[in-house]
Design a protein around this ligand. Structure first.
Ligand SMILES: NC(=O)C1=CN([C@@H]2O[C@H](COP(=O)(O)OP(=O)(O)OC[C@H]3O[C@@H](n4cnc5c(N)ncnc54)[C@H](OP(=O)(O)O)[C@@H]3O)[C@@H](O)[C@H]2O)C=CC1
Ligand SMILES: O=C(OP(=O)(O)O)[C@H](O)COP(=O)(O)O
Length: 357
């Protein structure tokens, strides 16, 4: 059996804990441990789940000891045992860790809170897996940017995309920290146009003609995007939908099925038994999508906490160089996480069949 890719996660927060769990269900990966500075319920949960916990700083280590946590060692000891580290520390902290990873000869994946320039490569599996192969570092772009690139490159691959303009209504804060930050009963426009997601999408695919505008809403889960796209030619709805269906991490939903708002997709994921109610797919409304001549209009929702998790898993394989074919890595990740392409139908293999007469 081929050697498993040994993985560390540094920063066990919203993204880190999900990456850790996703690594644990990949047959070709081993989660060696996670590292953090915290000593509260969040990291105690990692211990409870049987994950080896390391301390990223000496202060963090002292606090973990004081909290009675079994600390397996310092971050440098964890780095000695792994092939790839996924840095999931808060935005801008990751940049300061790069040198440490280099010293240990460990390949490193950063998140969307870091700048493209940190790694010189920004990653979305469907768009540019091949250019990440064997690299020392990459950056998985932010949740909003990941969704933007998945949808626009699907249209581009079908030869349909001329240019795209998007409005992003972002969640205010993540649920776990909504007691100490967040906004109420208002919408807050970002201070500049374009918002960072458009230029970030171009850091993955420089050919994209894309502009984004963003505002924060007062809800805590999921972003919502509205897009106006100029098609390269006239096309009908079915052709556009087929182009979007070709990206395995876009899943269609329908108002007609009762999926009428962000809370509907959250409920759906919980009912499907997804871990933490996570939705890895971009959920795009099939029955709202409209084409008028060469203009396309559509809207979708993005689970900000989960959408980048499959990309992190593919980025691990790309940097490790163990799977050279993007489609094969994407298939493995999708299978392990149960990613669906369509929430409008019941999957073939789960139909019980009609009752005989
Ligand atoms: N939240 C989201 O929806 C998304 C986030 N991202 C990106 O992912 C990255 C991580 O964000 P998120 O998971 O939300 O962050 P969180 O704050 O939820 O988690 C980060 C964790 O890292 C810990 N930490 C702080 N400093 C260090 C350090 N020096 N070494 C190790 N661990 C440290 C934090 O502790 P403490 O709480 O004490 O600071 C916390 O436990 C960011 O780049 C963000 O932009 C990307 C897509 C979506
Ligand atoms: O990467 C994200 O969103 P973004 O693409 O709008 O920056 C995550 O939802 C984190 O957002 P935050 O910058 O509000 O923590």
């Amino acid at each position: 059996m081929p050697k498993k890719i040994r993985v560390a996660v540094n920063g066990y927060g919203v993204i880190g804990k999900r990456v850790a769990d996703a690594v644990r269900v990949q047959q070709d990966m081993e989660l060696v441990g996670v590292s953090d500075v915290i000593s509260d319920y969040r990291i105690k949960t990692a211990v409870t789940l049987g994950i080896s916990v390391y301390a990223s700083t000496t202060e963090g280590s002292a606090q973990m000891d004081a909290a009675g946590l079994p600390v397996a060692g310092g971050l440098h000891q964890l780095l000695d045992k792994v092939d790839v580290v996924v840095d999931c520390t808060p935005a801008k902290i990751g940049a300061g860790n790069l040198e440490r990873y280099r010293e240990h000869g460990v390949k490193a994946i950063f998140q969307g809170g870091e700048k493209h320039e940190l790694t010189g490569h920004s990653f979305v599996a469907h768009a540019n897996y091949a250019t990440a192969l064997g690299r020392e570092t990459t950056r998985v772009v932010s949740c909003n940017t990941t969704a933007t690139v998945r949808t626009l490159t699907a249209l581009k691959d079908a030869g349909l995309l001329a240019k795209a303009r998007g409005v992003l209504i972002r969640r205010a804060t993540d649920p776990w920290e909504s007691d100490h930050s967040g906004i109420m009963n208002t919408i807050v426009p970002e201070g500049r146009i374009p918002s960072h997601q458009g230029p970030d999408a171009q850091s993955v695919d420089s050919s994209l003609d894309v502009v984004t505008m963003a505002a924060k809403g007062s809800h805590t889960q999921n972003h919502m995007h509205y897009w106006t796209v100029e098609l390269s030619r006239t096309a009908d709805r079915e052709e556009v939908l087929d182009a979007l269906r070709a990206e395995s991490r876009i899943a269609l939903v329908r108002r007609a099925d009762g999926i009428v708002a962000l809370n509907s997709t959250i409920e759906l994921m919980r009912d499907l038994g997804r871990p933490r109610g996570d939705m890895y797919e971009v959920a795009l409304w099939e029955d709202i999508l409209t084409v008028q001549g060469n203009e396309l209009f559509y809207t979708y929702t993005v689970d900000n906490q989960a959408v980048v998790i499959p990309e992190n898993i593919d980025a691990i394989r790309a940097l490790a160089g163990t799977v050279t074919n993007a489609a094969e890595s994407i298939r493995r990740t999708n299978d392990a996480l149960g990613v669906r392409q369509d929430f409008t139908t019941v999957p073939e293999n789960t139909r019980t069949g009609s009752v005989g007469t």
